[in-house]
Structure formats: C-alpha cells, structure tokens
Design a protein around this ligand. Structure first.
Ligand SMILES: [Zn+2]
Ligand SMILES: [Zn+2]
Length: 449
C-alpha cells in the first residue's frame, strides 16, 4: 500500500483495530466492533458543518450574556448581594485562594471561550472554502482545552447553591442563570462535534481531486458497528491492529501512516503532532498522578472547605459534614448529589484507574471489554467532582453581609480541586490501547460472519 492508500484506513483510537474508512456514515453513529468506542471522526458522522457553525456562534453570544448578568441574587435582613461568574472568581482571589480562583476561571470562563472562538475561527472560513492560517495549531488548541471546560458542572453547582441557600435567605435567580442554562445545552451540541473531522474538510479544499474519490471497497459499515479490516495471518483471515500492521494512527488528526522504527520523535505527516504507538511511560505517569491524587484526597476530606462566621460565631464545614447536615435537615436529594460528586466519584476514579493500571501492567487480557467500558465511564464522570469547588465559589461570593454573615473558602477547596485535576490528568495519561494489546482477536459475535 502506498502512503496515499493509508488514507483509506482508520485505526480505532481506543483499541488500535484497523478499519477501512467508509465514504460517509450519513449522520449515523458508528462504533468500533471490538471495544465499542464511538468513531466520531468518520466522514458524515454527527451534525454537518452548517448547524455546528450556527450553534457555535449562538453559544458565543449566549456566553457573553451569561458573563454580563448576575446568576443569583441573595436577599437577607434588607441587604442584597449578587453573584456573577466573574465575581465568583474575584471573591475567591481576594480571599487569598488564588489557585482555586484560577481553576474556576479556567474551567468556567477561559477554556469554554477559547474553544468557541477557535471553533468559529476555523468553521466560518472553511464553510466559505478557505483554509484559515494556523489551521493546525488552532485545531490542536480545541482538542487540548475541550476536556477542561466545565460549564455544565458549573450550572449544576449554581442549582445546588440555590437549593442550599433557599433555607437561609431569599434567593432570586438572575438572567445570567438562564443564559448559563442555554449555554450548557448549546455547548453539549458543540462538544458532540469531533474537530478532527475538519482535517477531511481541509484536505478536500486543498486537493479537491482526492475528496471526490469514492473508495470502491468502502462498504465496511454495517448498522452501528464497523466491520474491521481482515488480514491473512498464518493461512486464516484475522482482524489486525495498526501496531501489528506496522502502522500508527495519529491521535490528533486520525491519519494512519507507516511507523519509522529508529526515530523516537516521529511526527505525523499531516498535522506534525508527535506520534506514539503506545504513549511512552504512560503507566508510570498514571501511577504517580494517582498517588498524588490519593494524598490530596485526605486533606480534601479532613480539612474545612468553608468557614462561616455569623454574628460573631465562627463555624468550619467539611465536605462530609455538609452532606450530613443536608441529610439531617431533610434535604436528602442535595445530600445524595453532593455525596456522589464529591466523595464517591473521586474514590471510584482512584480505584478504577488503579485497577486499569495494574491489569495493563501485567499484560492480562482479563475482561477487556468491561475494562474499556470502565475507562470510558472514568473519563466521562471525572469532571463532575468539580461541583463542590463551584458551590464554594458561589457561596463565598453570595454570603458577604459585613458583620452579619460572611463565608470564606477553606483549605480543602484547594486540596479538592487538586484531586479533580490530578485524576483527570491520570486518566488522560493512561493509554486505553494497552487494554487490548493482549486481548486477542475477539470481536462482537454478530460481526463474526
Ligand atoms: Zn476499538
Ligand atoms: Zn496527525
């Protein structure tokens, strides 16, 4: 096969299995038949460019509205205080919680804004048939910031804050809150779009002749699951991974290309991103990040997350203390939400990632499909533990009534934010292809025909 013909191939980003690229999957969702990962970068999968472009621009406008107007207002003893998104960052900063303020700023303001601006910078010219300058680095930027934008978690944090405050004072939802709710929905549509699909669009503009080709044997798509490519191995036909075929799939743009053995920093022919067959030292890095997260998990639960001083009385709140308080005061749905997000999810992530690393290090093929599912769950739920940090940020901003009542953030907020970031980094460092390297050739029974 020539380098040109490799463009017909795709390698599953989670298990490295090779497929022949269909000409279009016509808006349906296609998934890998071995590990079940959605292959979102296929041509024609998900929404087309026009609706995504419109939704991105609408999200930008909604973002500005959500920034300008107050989210929540609180009225107590004739005094009123308001919280905006930026105000929450500012009050954490002035409480000497600079790191927590930076975490909240990046995850709820800066990264979502960068993603929306970068996406519209690419989409608008591409739709008009031009490739914008710095196409490659802008696309990478979207892929880097995307996992760290947490507007939907902030939205849940605002709702939890409202329920929590309602028992103490009059709570008035502001216009910013409705804009934030709309933004959450719009961002869910935007993040369902895989930006690496834009590579095919760019290639179509740069060399229209290539884009016109409909590959003759391109019917590898049957229902939801893709049929893997088969190769002749020892006389019988078997599915094959990119690694075994001497190929490597780029993790940034998806291009499958030949592997150069000698070169350590081999770069992708299309996007210049460093290629690794398997992420080097991935397991060691995952283990060290997990250890750091486990250490930070202790002070996160033992130290106070908020100090409250009401009319001269001072009180410290820990996460578990807060859960127990909601439970005994009858707010049990709130107690369950906070317990799941702040205690259960970080613990589950630590245990699940430890299990994945240990089994991967031993090179076992034990329950590969279940482990792949577990990895996907860990990737998806990790961000939700940021909930408590956002609730603290909003509470600190709202409860500022001079000598009457003041709440400030405690050291556990920092420890807790670190746990979330460290576990998210740990799961990013773990290479899911390691799950499948010794898993043999089993694929879904219905594809075995
Ligand atoms: Zn797969
Ligand atoms: Zn690439």
């Amino acid at each position: 096969m020539s380098q040109m013909e490799y463009r017909q191939l795709i390698a599953c980003h989670e298990c490295d299995l090779l497929f022949r690229k269909p000409s279009s999957v016509k808006g349906r969702r296609a998934a890998c038949s071995r590990c079940g990962a959605s292959l979102t970068a296929l041509p024609g999968s998900g929404l087309s460019l026009d609706p995504i472009c419109a939704v991105t621009l609408a999200a930008l406008v909604t973002f500005c509205i959500a920034q300008c107007f107050p989210l929540i207002a609180l009225r107590a003893n004739g005094m009123t205080s308001e919280a905006t998104l930026f105000g929450a960052v500012r009050s954490l900063w002035s409480d000497n919680m600079c790191v927590v303020a930076a975490m909240v700023f990046c995850s709820s303001i800066l990264f979502p804004l960068i993603e929306l601006l970068a996406l519209s910078y690419l989409l608008v010219p591409l739709r008009m048939g031009n490739v914008p300058p710095r196409f490659n680095s802008t696309l990478r930027l979207i892929q880097v910031v995307r996992p760290w934008g947490m507007v939907e978690v902030f939205m849940l944090g605002a709702l939890v804050t409202i329920v929590k405050m309602a028992s103490m004072a009059e709570v008035i939802p502001g216009p910013g809150l409705f804009a934030l709710a709309a933004l959450t929905v719009l961002l869910a549509v935007v993040t369902s779009f895989d930006p690496s699909r834009l590579w095919a669009v760019r290639d179509g503009i740069r060399s229209p002749r290539m884009a016109g080709i409909r590959w003759s044997r391109a019917s590898g798509h049957d229902g939801r699951f893709m049929k893997p490519l088969r190769a002749r191995v020892a006389g019988s036909s078997a599915v094959i991974t990119a690694q075994r075929a001497g190929l490597v799939g780029c993790h940034a743009c998806g291009l499958v290309q030949t592997r150069i053995e000698q070169q350590t920093h081999h770069r992708c022919a299309r996007c210049q991103h460093v290629l690794h067959e398997r992420r080097p030292d991935g397991l060691t890095r995952t283990v060290s990040l997990l250890l750091a997260a486990a250490l930070a998990y202790i002070p996160a639960n033992l130290l106070p997350i908020m100090h409250a001083s009401t009319l001269g009385r001072s009180e410290d709140d820990t996460i578990l203390g807060g859960v127990a308080y909601f439970w005994t005061s009858g707010d049990w749905p709130l107690a369950v939400v906070v317990f799941i997000a702040s205690v259960l999810v970080p613990m589950l992530k630590l245990v699940a990632l430890t299990l994945l690393t240990v089994v991967a290090r031993r090179g076992s093929d034990w329950r590969a499909r279940e482990r792949a599912g577990l990895y996907r769950v860990v990737e998806r739920i990790g961000r939700w533990s940021m909930l408590d940090v956002f609730v603290v940020a909003l509470t600190v901003t709202l409860v500022h009534f001079g000598s009457f009542a003041v709440i400030t953030a405690g050291p556990a907020a920092l420890a807790f934010g670190s746990v979330v970031i460290l576990t998210m980094l740990a799961s990013q460092q773990f290479d899911p292809r390691l799950i499948w390297d010794n898993a043999g050739q089993r694929i879904r029974p219905d594809d075995e025909r």
